[in-house]
Every structure is written in C-alpha cells, then in structure tokens.
Design a protein around this ligand. Structure first.
Ligand code: DC
Length: 222
C-alpha cells in the first residue's frame, strides 16, 4: 500500500489539497481531524468538558468510532452507529477536538484505527502527526503552511457560508489559540517531520499546490 502524509496547522489547505491529490491518484482521502472531532462530539453529547481528564479517560471506551467511505470517496464518520458527519465542523467541536487531542489516552485510542485504514487502502492522510507518528514510513510527506492571516481568512470564508454573523477577528483568535494548543502539547505535537517537504500555500493557487504534491508523489512512488 502507498501513503501520502499531509500535516500542517488549521486552515493551511490540507483537506482541499489532500482531496484533490487522492482523486487524481485514485487513493482514499483520510481526514484524521474528523476522527478527533467525532470523539469530541462523543464527550460533548455526554456533557464531559474537553479538559475533564477523569471523564475523558472513564468514558473513552464507550465511543465506537468508524470511518466509512462512499463510492465517491467521501469520508463519513460514525459514532456508535450514528452518522455524525454533519455535526463535526463547528467552532465548538474544533475546540473540543484540539483540547482532547492533547490527552495521551485519546491519541493512543485513535492511533490503531488510523494505521488500520492505511493498511487496507492507498491513502492520502491529513492531520497533525501523520508524517511523524501515525505513518512514519509514508513515501511522501508534506508539511503545508500559510500565514495565520491567510489561514484565518480561508476559515472565515468557509464558516461565513454557514453563519453570516461569523467575525473574522474571532476566527483569527480561535486559530491562534488552536495553533498554540496543537504545537505545544507534549504528545505528538504538530511539527514538520525531518523528511517532510514544506509547502507554503499563502501565495499559491489550489491547482499550483496540488500540482506540486502530485509531482513529488510521481518522483517517490513507483
Ligand atoms: O484538522 P482539523 O482542524 O479537523 O483537526 C481538529 C483537531 O484535532 C486539531 O486542532 C488537533 C486534532 N488533531 C490531532 O491532534 N491530530 C491529528 N492527526 C488530526 C487532528
């Protein structure tokens, strides 16, 4: 099986690039952020706060999480048999996912499932620690970046479609906080793998970024 790992901070364009690359190569696109978000959803539904270490540890085994892929290659997330995909992309769940992802018990719980998907399919997997921890042997590793202002602008445009009252300043502050949480946690923090190629997408079009990744893939995967 082949694997392309794409890591980077929120709003760098990981999912957009990863989806397009997966489509071009006929690989499965795996959004690991959605897996953390699904677990965040579990705790939110149970009324367990995202920093409640005891509650998180006690109730983790009650979350049966599954990623299923449609014929079109779309990832749907199931929590205890229920499709929760539509609930995952809110600012509250973003914060839950970021906070709970700092607990070792959470990272351990979700690690095998991510590796299992990569054992069964050729994947383009995006996240924070794919090149460093989940798939250290991935043939292609990309670290996507963009300035915080540009990343906040992209997130703002996305959220504004769902909620016209969204404020850019709030999106920007949330993003800085999430960057801080994701890069400073002790276990598997967001960082570039030593053998990853850094791609700054601030001034690149989607097509240019996708092309750069496909070119690397062509060189490395035979
Ligand atoms: O990619 P995303 O914004 O949907 O991810 C949500 C949060 O999940 C992110 O802030 C940190 C966590 N996460 C992680 O710790 N490791 C991953 N591989 C993917 C996401």
């Amino acid at each position: 099986m082949h694997a392309i790992a794409i890591d980077g901070p929120a709003g760098a364009g990981k999912s957009t690039m990863a989806k397009a690359v997966a489509k071009a190569l006929n690989y499965v696109y795996v959004d690991t952020g959605a897996i953390y978000r699904t677990l965040g959803c579990h705790y939110e539904m149970l009324g367990i706060g995202p920093k409640d270490a005891d509650g998180i540890t006690r109730l983790i085994g009650d979350a049966y999480i599954e990623a299923r892929y449609t014929e079109q290659g779309e990832q749907r997330m199931f929590l205890n048999g229920e499709d929760v995909t539509g609930l995952l992309r809110t600012p509250e769940i973003s914060d839950y996912a970021s906070k709970i992802s700092a607990f070792p018990v959470v990272r351990e719980y979700l690690l095998d499932m991510q590796r299992q998907i990569a054992r069964e399919h050729n994947v383009v997997m995006d996240g924070r620690d794919i090149g460093t921890v989940v798939l250290p042997d991935a043939e292609v590793k990309i670290f996507l970046t963009a300035t915080p202002e540009e990343r906040a602008r992209r997130r703002f445009e996305e959220l504004r479609l769902k909620n016209p009252k969204t404020s850019y300043e709030k999106v920007y502050q949330d993003l800085l906080q999430r960057d801080h949480q994701d890069t400073t946690r002790k276990i598997a923090p967001l960082r570039k793998a030593s053998d990853a190629v850094e791609l700054d997408t601030t001034n690149l079009t989607i097509e240019e970024s996708v092309e750069a990744i496909l070119k690397l893939a062509q060189e490395k995967i035979r």
